[in-house]
Design a protein around this ligand. Sequence first.
Ligand SMILES: NC(=O)C1=CN([C@@H]2O[C@H](COP(=O)(O)OP(=O)(O)OC[C@H]3O[C@@H](n4cnc5c(N)ncnc54)[C@H](OP(=O)(O)O)[C@@H]3O)[C@@H](O)[C@H]2O)C=CC1
Ligand SMILES: O=C(O)[C@@H]1CCC=N1
Length: 252
Amino acid sequence: MGGAMLRGWLASGIDPARITVIRPSGTPIEGVTVLKAPPPDGEVPAVMLLAMKPQKLDEAVSALAPTTGEGTLIVSVLAGVELPSLAKRFPKHRAIVRVMPNTPSAIGKGVSLLHTDGDEAVRVEAETLVRPLGLAEWIDDEALFGRVSALSGCGPAFLFRFIDAMAKAGEAQGLAPDQAARLALATVGGAAELAAASEETPAQLADRVASPGGSTRAGLNVIDKGAALDRLMQNVLTASARRNEEMAAAAR
Ligand SMILES: NC(=O)C1=CN([C@@H]2O[C@H](COP(=O)(O)OP(=O)(O)OC[C@H]3O[C@@H](n4cnc5c(N)ncnc54)[C@H](OP(=O)(O)O)[C@@H]3O)[C@@H](O)[C@H]2O)C=CC1
Ligand SMILES: O=C(O)[C@@H]1CCC=N1
C-alpha cells in the first residue's frame, strides 16, 4: 500500500528528494532514498507515514519512535490500529492522522478515508497530502472509521473478484478466457466511469440497460432475488469489519 501511495505521489509531481522510504529489505525504489533503518543522526521528519502490517508495528516502533519530534505529523494507514494505540507508541508527535487508502491511489484514482483528533490545520495538512491520490473523505467517528474501512480500503479486492467472476461466467458461455477477461474488465471500467459521470443513480442506470422483458431484466432478477447481492456485500463488509476490530483489540 505504501508503494501504491508513493507511485501516486511521484506521479502527481511531489519532489522525490523530500521522501525517504524505510523498509527492512532495503529494496531500492527509483528516484527516492531507501534505507533499511532510520539513520542515527537523521533529521526529525515533518511527516512519518506508517505503512507496515499492523502485526509488524511493535517490531518497527523501537527504531522509528525515537526519530519523531514534537513537530512530526504521523500518518498511519494501518488497518485497525486506533489513535490511542498509535499515540502510546509514538509519544513525540504534533498530531496523528489515520488514513485508510486503497490501491488505485497508485494512479490517482484512490479513496482515502481520514480520521484525526487534531485541529483544523492538521486536517488541512492531511487532506492536502492525500488529495493527489484521489477522493478524500473524513470519518469523524473512529469506531465508524474502523467499520467502514472495508468498503473502500478492501473494496478493490472485492471488485477484482467480481471482474473475475464475470469473466468466468463469460467463459462458461463459450468465450475464450482472454477475451472474457477483456470484456469483463472493459465493462466494469466503462460502467464505473459512466456512473461517475452521470446524474442518475446506479439503480436508475441499471434500469436503463434493462429493456422491459429483455435479457438484462432476466439477469437482474437473479441478482435481486432475496436481495442476493445486497446480502452478500453486507456479509462481506461485516466479516472485514470484524477482522478490523480484532486487529484494533490486538493493538490496544
Ligand atoms: N493492501 C492494501 O490495499 C491496503 C493496506 N492497508 C494497510 O497497509 C499496511 C501494509 O499492508 P500491505 O501493503 O498490504 O503489506 P505488505 O506486506 O505488502 O507491505 C508491508 C510493508 O511494510 C514494510 N515493513 C515490514 N516491517 C517493517 C518495519 N519493521 N519497519 C518499516 N517497514 C516495515 C515492508 O518492507 P519490505 O518491502 O522491505 O518488506 C513492506 O514494504 C497494513 O497496515 C494495511 O492495513 C491499508 C489500506 C489498503
Ligand atoms: O487487508 C487488510 O487488512 C488491508 C486493509 C484494507 C485493505 N487491506
